[in-house]
Design a binder for this molecule. Structure first.
Ligand SMILES: [Zn+2]
Length: 120
């Protein structure tokens, strides 16, 4: 979790950051126990259309910290070594956003869409 994050890139870096685990694991090759374990998420295959849902409710409250969303986003650094990281597969261009205005119990949704290079 990133408190007061300012960009989508920060949030993604945090989401994909290796997580230290308190559990011990046995190596299935040599049978030895690991002292320190980490869990890492990586993307194996990217979708043609990427939809990111920011979960902004926390402890029954809405997180209203502003977040900048880039018009161009690459998932290259979060992909597995063996996956195809060519730009045509992991580069995304922003074409729309849905926002929520109001409080957690109610409000309105509105959106911005990009059509022919212009935002509406
Ligand atoms: Zn081992």
């Amino acid at each position: 979790m990133v408190p007061h994050a300012s960009s989508l890139e920060d949030l993604l870096s945090s989401f994909f950051e290796p997580e230290k685990l308190s559990d011990f694991y046995l190596c299935n090759k040599c049978g030895k126990s690991s002292k320190k374990s980490t869990k890492t998420l990586q993307i194996w295959r990217v979708p043609r259309f990427l939809i990111i849902h920011l979960k902004r409710s926390q402890f029954g409250k809405k997180n209203t910290d502003p977040i900048t969303i880039p018009e161009s986003l690459s998932l290259k650094s979060y992909m597995t070594i063996s996956s195809d990281k060519s730009a045509r597969y992991c580069q995304y261009n922003l074409c729309g956003m849905i926002m929520h205005q109001g409080v957690i119990e109610g409000g309105h949704y509105w959106c911005n869409v990009k059509e022919s290079g212009k935002w509406y």
